[in-house]
Design a protein around this ligand. Structure first.
Ligand code: SF4
Ligand code: SF3
Length: 512
């Protein structure tokens, strides 16, 4: 075995990647990422907390998320920086966890992967100047606990604690995003690409988008979002830039096809970067935590000049390109975060009470390459006319170009934002439940999740921490969840794997 990684949904044979990652990560990178985790845990075990150490922990964990960093050099540098802070003698080896009994391994994986996802959210909040001491301290505690021998009960509770703290972290990021860029407002976004030079910006980092928009002002360059950047159009202080024109392409797994010979520059600010093909390698740039070998990295100074020069050199398309989403639509709508949805709460409640809205579906999470993921398209297409569909994260590209019409002026498809905007979904559900005098579990609400990487893990843990039942998870179950732990989750939370859209819809609708 050259490597061991089973942290994402596309892991080899549904078990683990052991010679090379399905994501394209080679064994050297994978083993270095293990070393990185080992050194982080050794560092927290020295007991010292400081701003520098917190920053290293957060960046280190984020670096190991799927499709973030494929570059040995940058990982080695991070390991060295961490090792320089270790001032006590202790050894940790992640392999010892993977060699544990199935249930301990499973729970420790849930905790570690959840912490990785949460680190990404803490990172984005921090970039905007928002931090929370309790969140930061929890990273230390939970990472220390991973290296301890704990009972199944203790580990299970710690996994739920990750969910609890992650909820706080998503709330912090929501505060950071909305206080910095304004409350999102419903916004229509075109998938058409205009003639002339352009830059495609991918990932989750709003600050990087703002800086790019500033630096490209009046330069004759248009900016298009990609993947998880799509909801940025709905933030007033980002949407105010007239050269933020629209959205390019669909979800991350289609990038090798969609970027083939693209006459524009591409900037990756976070996951998901895929192995870069020669036909566009010269026009790809990375920044912040993302690194890829031989690809120009824009450092902390955030000087995007090389990206701008490349866009001008490539010149863009000669004519407008009428691209569409995967179902043929060319208008995407985003911006239905908690503030907007709750501003029409009375209208929604009235529609629920009069049976105009009989059911609310939350179909959200990551997209991915598996053919079975067309489940989510078919599911949304088959939802009844008297239901609304809330969505978030990049899984929405499976259906966000569909026109689902509206119910009494309330759009049937409401895009809440990025994966971290699961916070919005939770806030909406809690508020509706309060108004209807019931628990979230008693709302006519069903949650259908698609997962791929570790941010989905921390979101799932937040939902479980809240005691939300009957979540449907797909397209496959995590390889790191052992049969016993899955059984426990089923018993406690009635969690289920997705089956077919027809069966699941029938089952859901017959129980309300
Ligand atoms: Fe395999 Fe996923 Fe790990 Fe990549 S991140 S090596 S695809 S399990
Ligand atoms: Fe997507 Fe990578 Fe998870 Fe933020 S961008 S949801 S997969």
């Amino acid at each position: 075995m050259d490597m061991f990684c089973f942290q994402c949904e596309q892991t080899a044979k549904g078990e683990a990647c052991t010679s090379v990652g399905v994501c394209g990560k080679n064994s050297n990178v994978s083993n270095l990422q293990d070393d990185l985790i080992n050194s982080i845990i050794e560092l927290v075990n020295c007991g010292k907390e400081s701003e520098i150490i917190t920053d290293l922990i957060i960046r280190g964990l984020f670096t190991t998320i799927t499709n973030v960093n494929f570059d040995e050099k940058s990982i080695k540098e991070l390991i060295t920086a961490i090792k320089n802070q270790i001032n006590c003698q202790n050894n940790f080896n992640i392999k010892n966890i993977w060699n544990n009994n199935d249930d301990t391994k499973s729970l420790k994986a849930l905790i570690l992967f959840g912490l990785k996802g949460m680190a990404a959210y803490a990172y984005h909040a921090k970039i905007l100047g928002y931090e929370d001491k309790t969140i930061n301290s929890f990273f230390y505690k939970a990472l220390r606990d991973i290296s301890k021998e704990l009972s199944t009960d203790e580990l299970f509770n710690l996994a739920l604690k990750v969910g609890e703290v992650n909820l706080k972290c998503m709330e912090l990021l929501d505060k950071a995003n909305t206080e910095t860029y304004g409350q999102p407002v419903p916004t229509k976004i075109t998938t058409n690409i205009l003639p002339g030079p352009f830059i495609v910006i991918s990932g989750h980092d709003l600050r990087d988008l703002e800086l790019l928009l500033e630096q490209t002002k009046n330069k004759g360059i248009n900016i298009y979002t990609h993947g998880e950047m799509l909801p940025c159009h709905s933030y007033p202080k980002l949407n105010k830039y007239p050269h933020l024109k629209g959205n390019f392409g669909t979800a991350w797994q289609n990038q090798q096809k969609e970027f083939d010979n693209i006459p524009g520059a591409i900037l990756f600010t976070t996951n998901c970067i895929m192995p870069v093909k020669n036909s566009y390698a010269d026009r790809v740039f990375t920044t912040s935590i993302v690194h890829y070998p031989n690809i120009t990295h824009i450092g902390e100074d955030k000087n995007f000049e090389p990206v701008i020069e490349k866009a001008l050199e490539l010149g863009g398309y000669n004519e407008t390109q009428n691209f569409t989403g995967i179902n043929g639509g060319n208008i995407l709508t985003s911006g239905f975060a908690h503030n907007t949805v709750l501003s029409i709460k009375d209208k929604i409640l009235e529609a629920i009470n009069s049976n105009s809205i009989k059911h609310i579906f939350l179909v959200g999470g990551c997209d991915g390459a598996k053919t079975g993921r067309n489940y989510y398209t078919n599911f949304v297409k088959q939802t009844p006319d008297n239901s609304i569909v809330l969505t978030l994260a990049c899984g929405k590209y499976r259906f966000n170009d569909l026109d689902l019409k509206d119910i009494n002026g309330i759009p049937r498809l409401l895009d809440l934002g990025q994966c971290n905007d699961a916070y919005s979904a939770i806030k909406i559900a809690v508020e509706l439940a309060k108004s209807l005098n019931c628990s979230v579990n008693n709302l006519p609400l069903s949650i259908i999740l698609s997962w791929y990487e570790q941010k989905a893990v921390c979101i799932l843990l937040s939902l479980l921490y809240l005691g939300i039942e009957n979540i449907r998870l797909g397209p496959t179950l995590p390889a790191f969840v052992s049969p016993n732990i899955w059984k426990l989750l089923v018993e406690k939370f009635k969690i289920k794997q997705i089956s077919t859209p027809e069966n699941d819809l029938k089952d859901i609708l017959s129980s309300y």
